[in-house]
Design a protein around this ligand. Structure first.
Ligand code: ADP
Length: 492
């Protein structure tokens, strides 16, 4: 059903049209001249679908009305009704926006045929307008969203940099330029290599762009930048992929962590200083207690002897804590003076076991070693390697069951030597395994309650091994045992 306006000065035509169209279910208004017709259209702006318009009327003609109608509603469809259709009027009317002609006199069917066609046109116009409006709306939304995102990225304190697949910079924010000391005018669209001077960061971007598997995630790395007082940045780089996993580029987020690093350094220095100051008096106390206990007093089973022996054990535990702290802070500060030499790990394990023999015998723990023939040496500092082995082996004794066994195996693995220390001990719950190498982390359970330790040993092991380009691994099952692996580059 449509809203139709019939404008004709002939009563018969008006009435005839109204009746025929009303029978079809349309809502029909009639006007005898331009004036009431235009004011009706103005009132109903946008609601009238079709105007049947007489060309010749007293006052304003149908032709002259066309402009006014177009101005009131550009989507209304007009069909000219005329008794004197000439080519000129047809051209003129079409120019002014009329859609069709209906020559007088006409039959009801002719009228209905023209009206149906005109209404189809009206429906198309409406649809086109709707699509246009939707598109404009969407474009506006996109533009707003884009500018909002741009503002957010620009206001971020962290630097953001995005490259395309070819490694050309396609987006950056002022913070990124600031931390990288790059020039805003020459960055956009240029290869990252031309704008960024830091090789580590460029390598990270290349690595992200070279990743083929879609499962690859963000890589974080500290990078040092700038001349003068260097700044330390945490650079997180990740590949950007679209939904099917196609590589689009890489996104870099840069955070200036110089202040944090400075704080960390100060903390490390403080720990080092305190540990250092504690070590000498503690060593003296431990030494004196040892001396007193080894004298005649110790052989008597007195209360004093028991107390002194306990005091010595506590002093020993404190000494090992202080030693761990010293080692750790030296590693953190990068202040380790390394004397590198080729080392046969098998011999080192034997040596280390000699030092731990008394502890192992107390707990009736035995060790077997299995070294692959022609195992290459590793190039490392002897003291550091002994510390690594001592930590792992003494854990394998401490956390073993009474009468348990340790198997040490050494074999080549590609360009590495793999050392595995397997025990038959209490094992480590799954949830704890990822924290084992954190500083001060100790598993708290009924089995570990009586075992003393600082929670620093494994973090020292990890840091030391990583300093040589190696890595550590652990596999463990509670109640069955654990296997700690140290993987270190072999001598080439
Ligand atoms: P700690 O001085 O406590 O031994 P570590 O850093 O050497 O410190 O070890 C951290 C924790 O890891 C230990 O407290 C212990 O709970 C667990 N752990 C280490 N080695 C073993 C092992 N071989 N078997 C079971 N648990 C272990």
């Amino acid at each position: 059903m449509a809203n139709i306006l019939v404008v004709d000065d002939e009563y018969g035509v008006r009435e005839g049209c109204r009746r025929v169209l009303a029978l079809e279910g349309h809502s029909v208004q009639a006007a005898e001249s331009a004036e009431p017709a235009l004011s009706f259209l103005e009132q109903q702006r946008g609601e009238v679908d079709l105007v049947l318009l007489d060309v010749k009327m007293p006052g304003m003609s149908g032709l002259d009305m066309l402009n006014a109608i177009q101005q009131l509603d550009a989507d209304v469809v007009t069909v000219m009704v005329t008794g004197y259709a000439t080519l000129e009027t047809a051209i003129e009317a079409t120019k002014r926006g009329a859609y069709d002609f209906l020559p007088k006199p006409f039959t009801p069917d002719e009228l209905l045929g023209k009206v149906a066609k005109a209404l189809e046109r009206r429906a198309l116009l409406r649809e086109a307008r709707q699509l246009r409006e939707e598109r404009e709306h969407r474009l506006l939304e996109i533009a707003t969203e884009k500018s909002r995102l741009r503002t957010i990225i620009n206001c971020m304190a962290d630097g953001v940099l995005v490259t395309n697949r070819e490694g050309e910079i396609v987006l950056y924010n002022p913070a990124a330029l600031n931390v990288l000391d790059a020039d805003a005018s020459s960055c956009l669209g240029r290869p990252a290599r031309d704008c960024i001077r830091n090789e580590d960061l460029l390598d990270l971007i290349d690595a992200a762009l070279a990743q083929s598997e879609p499962s690859y995630h963000m890589v974080g790395q500290e990078i040092t930048i700038g001349q003068g007082p260097p700044r330390v940045l945490m650079a997180n780089v990740a590949p950007v992929r679209d939904d099917p996993g196609q590589l689009l580029g890489a996104v870099v987020v840069l955070r200036d962590i110089s202040r944090l690093k400075e704080l960390e350094r100060a903390k490390s220095q403080f720990v080092r200083m305190v540990s250092h100051e504690l070590r000498a008096p503690l060593g003296a106390i431990h030494g004196y207690l040892d001396l007193v206990l080894s004298s005649s007093l110790a052989s008597e089973h007195t209360n004093e002897a028991a107390m002194l022996s306990r005091a010595r054990d506590r002093a020993e535990a404190l000494l090992s804590l202080v030693d761990d702290l010293l080692n750790l802070s030296a590693l953190e500060a990068g202040a380790v003076a390394r004397h590198l030499e080729p080392l046969a790990l098998g011999t080192l394990v034997e040596e280390c076991w000699e030092l731990l023999r008394i502890k192992a015998e107390e707990r009736k723990v035995t060790m077997t070693q299995c070294v692959e023939p022609n195992l290459p040496a590793v190039i490392a500092d002897r003291e550091e390697m002994l510390r690594v082995l001592t930590n792992v082996l003494s854990n394998a004794i401490k956390y073993n069951r009474y009468g348990g066994a340790i198997t040490v195996s050494l074999r080549r693995e590609g360009p590495y030597v793999r050392l595995e220390v397997a025990d038959t001990g209490i094992g480590i719950p799954k949830a704890a395994q990822e924290h084992l190498f954190d500083e001060f982390y100790r598993v708290k359970s009924r089995e570990t309650r009586e075992i003393t330790g600082t929670g620093l040993g494994l973090s020292i092991v990890k840091r030391t091994v990583e300093a040589y380009g190696g890595r550590v691994e652990v596999v463990s099952e509670p109640g069955v045992g654990s296997t700690f692996s140290v993987i270190i580059p072999a001598q080439q």
